[in-house]
Design a protein around this ligand. Structure first.
Ligand code: GN1
Ligand code: MG
Length: 358
């Protein structure tokens, strides 16, 4: 705890801090709220620099994106700006992060009276679609260069290669398990068709744009009336296919179960959430979305549960070095759940295509 206070003092007047407490449930960074006068006032985060190795680039990306959005909102006269876009504090070092004892930290303003959800109604999904669409739209004219903070982050060919490497090394001997072998076979059987996006990109048919790349439903803040306040967790903002934002939201929001649901019967793909989200997303992106991008949105809805299954599975085989786990089999449970969701999404493909008229 003392460590947290020491770090916070680089950003915030020392005598104002009353308490620092855990916040949220991200799988990568550690997040805390800083309490001032009985209220959460700031968010303190330890940046996982095993995952984000170039923190200078990371904060550069985030500052470019947040200041671009803030400037646009100012011009548009958007009210309540402090709650509409994240704001990072400068430390006494002059940067928006500090490095101490081998760890990187940053602080942002806490957005008051905001709520996050692990599941949404179709109505909320519609607003989320608008917001992620608007987010991409606001960034189409961003001139500052945005670095690829995690190279090949949503490149499924790369993720499959990482899985192959994990299988070959078999670091903790998990390849002896017949269930693990069965999942390898299932994943490989459809690998070719799931790499469609990368092929379209190589053929010059599919562009990359600045995307959020972690549009999990809990990465959006709502106010008490269900209006979207802002998009959070900007670490992975980088050039990617729009599929990233479309697919990753549905991976979390259209799942009727949990991301790590041990009961696979709970997991289905909620088409009402799909329809509402797609409607909002298409409205938000209508100024720039190409036909090839729209045509492949159903593919994106299947790609992201598939890719997440591949990522959790590779981490399981590697001995759980990337995602935080709460129990030893956690990454295998997550793999089964994401695979089930992938299969459920595939069943819905005809209905998705019909709804989008593609
Ligand atoms: C990670 O940190 P968090 O929970 O927002 C991961 C995402 C995964 C997600 C799965 C940098 O996101 O890509 O989809 O877990 N972020 C990184 O829940 O790998
Ligand atoms: Mg997050």
């Amino acid at each position: 705890m003392n460590e947290l206070f020491t770090i916070a003092r680089h950003f915030v007047a020392p005598n104002t801090i009353e308490e620092i407490a855990l916040l949220g449930n991200g799988l990568i960074n550690d997040t805390y709220k800083i309490m001032v006068s009985g209220q959460p006032k700031y968010v303190l985060q330890r940046i996982n620099n095993a995952v984000f190795t170039d923190v200078e680039m990371l904060q550069g990306n985030i500052e470019a994106v947040t200041s671009h959005i803030r400037q646009k909102y100012e011009k548009q006269g958007v009210a309540d700006l402090g709650r509409r876009v994240l704001h990072f504090l400068k430390a006494d070092t002059g940067k928006t992060y500090v490095f101490e004892d081998g760890k990187y930290w940053r602080v942002m303003d806490f957005i008051a009276d905001s709520y996050t959800y692990e599941a949404v109604t179709p109505e909320y999904a519609y607003y989320a679609g608008r917001s992620f669409g608007d987010f991409e739209s606001l960034l189409t004219d961003l001139e500052a260069p945005i670095g690829e903070i995690i190279p090949d982050f949503h490149n499924i060919e790369f993720r499959l290669k990482q899985l192959d490497e994990a299988i070959a090394v078999d670091k903790v001997g998990r390849m002896n398990d017949p269930e693990v072998q069965a999942y390898v076979a299932k994943i490989k059987a459809v690998a070719d068709e799931m790499c469609l996006g990368e092929r379209l990109y190589r053929e010059g048919k599919l562009p990359k744009r600045i995307c959020h790349c972690d549009t999990k439903v809990n990465n959006m803040l709502f106010d008490k009336d269900g209006n979207v306040l802002c998009v959070i967790d900007l670490d992975t903002v980088m050039p990617s296919f729009v599929f990233s934002d479309f697919g990753d939201f549905l991976r979390s929001a259209a799942n009727t179960g949990a991301e790590d649901d041990p009961d696979l019967d709970n997991i289905h793909f909620n088409m009402e959430v799909f329809k509402a989200f797609a409607k909002g997303y298409l409205e938000g992106t209508k100024s720039f979305l190409l036909p090839i991008e729209k045509e492949n949105l159903p593919y994106a809805a299947t790609l992201f549960p598939y890719m997440q299954a591949v990522r959790f599975f590779a981490d399981y085989i590697n001995g759980d070095t990337y995602y935080k786990i709460r129990y030893p089999e956690h990454n295998m449970v997550r793999t089964r759940a994401q695979w089930k969701l992938y299969k459920e999404a595939v069943k819905c493909l005809p209905e998705m295509k019909q709804m989008l008229d593609v």
